[in-house]
Design a protein around this ligand. Structure first.
Ligand SMILES: [Zn+2]
Length: 221
């Protein structure tokens, strides 16, 4: 029997047999990359609701969300181990209780994203990724790369987490223009000092993924 994948507003986005991972990757590939666009603002927006997927379908390891506009999607409780969300627009997304170990979020928009109790160890959230207003309560941020990641006064970090110096605080009293000017200065200074850009994903700048613990998979609890 065919299963249905719906949006958060209840609309059927596609029907599928087999694994949700294959179906959703295929769906996004067909609908978004058929007419390839350099401008991520021009890609169609899908608010996927995967929260009600079967246990078997919650395994989305290696999910490809690169450059996608997935604002407001609900991935709650899914296994997104080593998935890719570089350059994606993930505003208001629900990643609560997800396995996001090793996932890449370089330059992703993560404004108001919900990462409650997500396992984000070894995730790469560097570069221009924006965590303004994001909720990271209870998230595992062990060995996460936050080089150059933006945040603001509304960002909620896990208890006891010390915000590293490599993160850029967006002050409440500064305009977009003032902020981008200041962020640019910080990035230039970092490049001059380190020879690699702030948020560089190379092995020298990011902890090696070989040490990722394999005994804490959320979906197997
Ligand atoms: Zn580097």
């Amino acid at each position: 029997m065919k299963k249905q994948c719906r949006s958060t507003t209840g609309e059927v986005l596609f029907e599928y047999e087999g694994l949700l991972l294959d179906a959703v990757n295929q769906f996004l590939y067909n609908t978004c990359w058929g007419e390839f666009s350099e401008e991520r603002d021009q890609l169609p927006h899908f608010s996927l609701d995967l929260s009600q997927a079967t246990k078997e379908d919650k395994h989305l390891e290696g999910f490809d969300g690169i450059c996608q506009d997935l604002r407001g999607s609900n991935f709650s409780g899914t296994d997104l181990y080593w998935s890719a969300f570089r350059e994606a627009n993930l505003e208001n997304i629900n990643f609560s209780h997800c396995d996001l170990r090793g996932a890449s979020f370089n330059n992703a928009i993560l404004i108001n994203a919900n990462f409650e109790n997500a396992n984000m160890s070894f995730a790469n959230i560097g570069g221009g990724a924006d965590l303004a207003g994001a909720n990271l309560t209870g998230a595992n941020l062990q060995n996460v790369n936050l080089n150059g990641t933006q945040y603001d006064s509304k960002t909620i970090f896990p208890e006891g987490f010390i915000v590293p110096e490599c993160m850029i605080l967006r002050r409440d009293d500064e305009s977009d223009q003032e902020f981008s000017k200041r962020a640019k200065e910080i990035k230039t200074k970092h490049y001059e000092e380190h020879g690699h850009p702030l948020g560089c994903p190379c092995l020298q700048c990011v902890p090696s993924p070989q040490n990722v613990e394999s005994n804490t998979k959320i979906n197997e609890k």
